[in-house]
Write a protein of this length. Structure first.
Length: 111
Protein backbone atom coordinates (compact mmCIF):
# COMPACT_ATOMS: atom_id res chain seq x y z
CA UNK A 1 0.00 0.00 0.00
CA UNK A 2 1.29 3.40 -0.93
CA UNK A 3 -0.36 5.27 1.95
CA UNK A 4 -0.24 4.59 5.67
CA UNK A 5 -3.94 5.52 5.92
CA UNK A 6 -5.11 2.99 3.31
CA UNK A 7 -5.70 -0.47 4.78
CA UNK A 8 -5.25 -3.72 2.92
CA UNK A 9 -8.30 -5.94 3.33
CA UNK A 10 -7.97 -9.67 2.65
CA UNK A 11 -10.12 -12.73 3.08
CA UNK A 12 -8.48 -13.31 6.47
CA UNK A 13 -9.18 -9.84 7.91
CA UNK A 14 -12.25 -8.60 5.97
CA UNK A 15 -14.79 -9.62 8.59
CA UNK A 16 -12.89 -8.04 11.49
CA UNK A 17 -11.72 -4.91 9.65
CA UNK A 18 -14.80 -4.14 7.53
CA UNK A 19 -17.91 -5.98 8.69
CA UNK A 20 -17.24 -5.53 12.42
CA UNK A 21 -15.85 -1.99 12.18
CA UNK A 22 -17.35 0.63 14.50
CA UNK A 23 -16.72 3.25 11.77
CA UNK A 24 -17.92 3.44 8.16
CA UNK A 25 -15.56 1.65 5.76
CA UNK A 26 -14.88 2.59 2.13
CA UNK A 27 -13.52 -0.41 0.21
CA UNK A 28 -11.85 -0.12 -3.19
CA UNK A 29 -11.99 -3.41 -5.13
CA UNK A 30 -9.06 -3.35 -7.57
CA UNK A 31 -6.43 -5.41 -9.39
CA UNK A 32 -2.78 -4.73 -10.19
CA UNK A 33 -3.34 -5.01 -13.97
CA UNK A 34 -6.33 -2.60 -14.02
CA UNK A 35 -5.30 0.83 -15.34
CA UNK A 36 -8.49 2.65 -14.15
CA UNK A 37 -7.85 1.13 -10.71
CA UNK A 38 -4.38 2.62 -10.68
CA UNK A 39 -5.84 5.98 -11.74
CA UNK A 40 -8.21 5.83 -8.75
CA UNK A 41 -5.42 5.23 -6.21
CA UNK A 42 -4.56 8.91 -5.55
CA UNK A 43 -8.24 9.67 -4.94
CA UNK A 44 -8.56 6.78 -2.47
CA UNK A 45 -5.41 7.98 -0.69
CA UNK A 46 -6.80 11.54 -0.38
CA UNK A 47 -10.11 10.23 0.99
CA UNK A 48 -8.23 8.06 3.51
CA UNK A 49 -6.23 11.05 4.68
CA UNK A 50 -9.30 13.30 4.90
CA UNK A 51 -11.28 10.84 7.02
CA UNK A 52 -8.61 9.61 9.46
CA UNK A 53 -10.34 8.83 12.75
CA UNK A 54 -13.81 9.18 11.21
CA UNK A 55 -13.86 6.29 8.73
CA UNK A 56 -11.68 3.46 7.52
CA UNK A 57 -10.52 3.33 3.89
CA UNK A 58 -8.92 0.35 2.23
CA UNK A 59 -8.47 -1.88 -0.76
CA UNK A 60 -9.28 -5.46 -1.71
CA UNK A 61 -7.17 -7.03 -4.45
CA UNK A 62 -9.77 -8.97 -6.46
CA UNK A 63 -7.16 -11.41 -7.78
CA UNK A 64 -6.04 -12.34 -4.26
CA UNK A 65 -9.48 -12.24 -2.58
CA UNK A 66 -11.85 -13.88 -5.02
CA UNK A 67 -14.38 -15.06 -2.42
CA UNK A 68 -15.01 -11.52 -1.16
CA UNK A 69 -15.26 -10.24 -4.74
CA UNK A 70 -17.85 -12.89 -5.64
CA UNK A 71 -19.82 -12.34 -2.43
CA UNK A 72 -20.24 -8.62 -3.21
CA UNK A 73 -20.93 -9.09 -6.92
CA UNK A 74 -17.79 -7.42 -8.20
CA UNK A 75 -17.94 -7.93 -11.96
CA UNK A 76 -16.22 -4.70 -13.02
CA UNK A 77 -13.32 -2.87 -11.45
CA UNK A 78 -12.72 -0.47 -10.01
CA UNK A 79 -15.76 -0.86 -7.78
CA UNK A 80 -15.91 0.95 -4.46
CA UNK A 81 -18.34 -0.13 -1.76
CA UNK A 82 -19.24 1.88 1.33
CA UNK A 83 -20.04 -0.26 4.37
CA UNK A 84 -21.60 0.87 7.63
CA UNK A 85 -22.17 -1.48 10.56
CA UNK A 86 -21.41 -4.46 8.32
CA UNK A 87 -23.98 -3.51 5.67
CA UNK A 88 -23.48 -2.25 2.12
CA UNK A 89 -24.65 1.38 2.07
CA UNK A 90 -23.58 2.40 -1.42
CA UNK A 91 -21.78 0.89 -4.41
CA UNK A 92 -19.83 2.87 -7.03
CA UNK A 93 -18.60 1.31 -10.27
CA UNK A 94 -15.91 2.90 -12.42
CA UNK A 95 -13.90 6.04 -11.76
CA UNK A 96 -15.62 8.64 -9.60
CA UNK A 97 -14.57 12.06 -8.41
CA UNK A 98 -13.20 12.50 -4.89
CA UNK A 99 -16.29 14.56 -3.97
CA UNK A 100 -18.57 11.59 -4.65
CA UNK A 101 -16.82 9.38 -2.08
CA UNK A 102 -16.34 12.26 0.35
CA UNK A 103 -20.04 13.12 0.16
CA UNK A 104 -21.07 9.54 0.84
CA UNK A 105 -18.72 9.28 3.82
CA UNK A 106 -19.74 12.67 5.17
CA UNK A 107 -23.39 11.60 5.16
CA UNK A 108 -22.42 8.81 7.59
CA UNK A 109 -19.73 10.51 9.67
CA UNK A 110 -21.12 14.02 9.88
CA UNK A 111 -17.64 15.38 9.12
Amino acid sequence: MASANVHEFTESNFSAEVLNSDKPVLVDFWAEWCMPCRMLTPTIEKIAESFVGKAKVGKVNTDDSREISVKYGINAIPTVILFNKGQVVQKFTGLQQEAVYAGALTSLTGK
